[in-house]
Write a protein that binds this ligand. Structure first.
Ligand SMILES: [Zn+2]
Length: 426
């Protein structure tokens, strides 16, 4: 029996209880591999093992699509479209790596056990982002079984170092495609989720932009002296006034597209994260400094953020320096909401939500692999059809990471419908 409903050619899957339980089993299999992004103990071995497992779990996917390995363990799968159709390819991406678990004893389930309890699957990577990795493979497997042939070429890209910047995985994939002159009309990545709204309902947020990342060191100088005779202005006092001024400041934004104007995440943020100054209780230090981690809004460049901080704290006598490390990234472009890909995505989101779930566009406040794919894609959309708890995106890297079984199945159905809508040329 075809798993796709015969009265609807948009890839809407009819999954039997048996299909669902087998799909959950395959997904749980991926959770058990310790594909950790931990710089000190990093090993490619678990990634290779997870790929061998995946080749056995989804054999038709690996035998029907072209496989390339980039950067050591990143996977690029190409599902060739109809060559007579001159439509640009599309890409779906998920990362294979997961963040460390911290103290495993603080988990209520084995972080790599993929235990099923309370209608949820528990373990590191269930949300971030093996539900995408396994969900996409599962969706393609079902589409292949149904006899579906894409008109447009579909790429599945699975980086292996997203959590530490994507310097070897996503970057290598993007550069390789660029070298071959391949450009996608869009990339779908993580970054938008289903949130609880204030009325007790849900809203699906499709992130059409991503904030940048830059840290600055603010330094206040003063004359070193004895703390028994403090002057009116001290280094630490001046620095404190600077931090407070920045906390109260709001950086102006240029005119933004209607779709994201009401996003609560739109503003550039300034977070003091490391403070230092002084070394002895009775000595006034000659200087004090603070690291301000900023997330520039899509309307503000890193240089503009630098100038803005300068304009707020400069008059207080505080100097500002950009910490020029490899993490600095400009905010993304704002992706179009009038493309065919956007329409396919929005329809696939709306068809796979619980009744009454709202829809909105938004801005993702953190950086993902999608920044690497900007060089080969006109538009980047970010969405994962899972319900986040009240903790919001904080749930992704937390102890007791878990996903509802129904949300994982929603991922599979959503990806199948999206691929089908995108690549059917209609
Ligand atoms: Zn992630």
């Amino acid at each position: 029996m075809l798993p796709i409903s015969s009265d609807n050619h948009r890839g809407r899957l009819n999954l039997s209880p048996g299909d669902i339980s087998e799909a959950i089993g395959r997904f749980c299999g991926t959770i058990k591999f310790k594909t950790l992004s931990a710089p000190e103990t990093f090993s490619l071995e678990p990634f290779h093992s997870m790929r061998y497992f995946s080749e056995r779990a989804w054999p038709t996917v690996f035998s029907s699509l072209d496989l390339e390995i980039h950067g050591g363990a990143s996977i690029l799968l190409k599902w060739q479209g109809d060559s007579s159709v001159s439509l640009k390819p599309v890409m779906l991406t998920a990362h294979q790596d997961v963040v460390p678990v911290g103290d495993p004893d603080s988990w209520s389930h084995d972080p790599f056990g993929a235990e099923l309890a309370e209608e949820r699957i528990w373990g590191r990577g269930t949300l971030d982002y093996k539900c995408g990795f396994a969900g996409m493979l599962e969706a393609v497997s079902f589409l292949l079984a149904s006899g579906f042939k894409p008109k447009r070429t579909v790429f599945l890209a699975f980086g292996h170092d997203e959590e530490v910047g994507g310097f070897f995985g996503a970057k290598a994939i993007a550069e390789s495609l660029k070298k071959r002159g391949i450009r996608c009309s869009s990339v779908l990545d993580e970054g938008g989720y289903i949130y609880s709204d204030s009325d007790g309902g849900f809203v699906a947020e499709l992130a059409i932009a991503e904030k940048g990342y830059a840290s600055f060191c603010l330094t206040a100088d003063a004359v070193q002296g004895h703390s028994s005779v403090p002057p009116q202005r001290t280094a630490i006092g001046t620095l404190s006034r600077g931090i407070t001024a920045l906390e109260n400041a709001s950086m102006p934004l240029p005119d933004m597209p209607e779709e994201i104007r009401s996003s609560t995440m739109l503003q550039t943020t300034f977070a003091p994260t490391i403070v230092s100054g002084g070394c002895k209780e009775n000595v006034l230090p000659a200087s004090a400094s603070v690291t301000i981690n900023t997330r520039p809004s899509p309307g503000n460049s890193v240089a503009e953020v630098h100038n803005f901080i300068d304009s707020i704290v400069g008059p207080l006598g505080i100097s500002v320096e950009l910490l020029d490390n490899t993490s600095v990234s400009e905010p993304s472009i704002i992706s179009s909401t009038i493309t065919e890909d956007y329409r396919a995505l929005k329809a696939s989101i709306q068809h796979n939500m619980l009744p009454g779930t709202g829809f909105r566009c938004g801005v993702f406040p953190a950086a993902t692999d999608s920044r690497r794919y900007c060089m080969i894609a006109q538009n980047v959309y970010r969405f994962l059809p899972v319900h986040l708890s009240q903790r919001g995106i904080g749930a992704l890297h937390s102890v007791d990471e878990s996903i509802a079984v129904s949300d994982y199945i929603r991922c599979v159905k959503f990806y199948a419908e999206y691929i089908s809508r995108l690549s059917s040329g209609s």
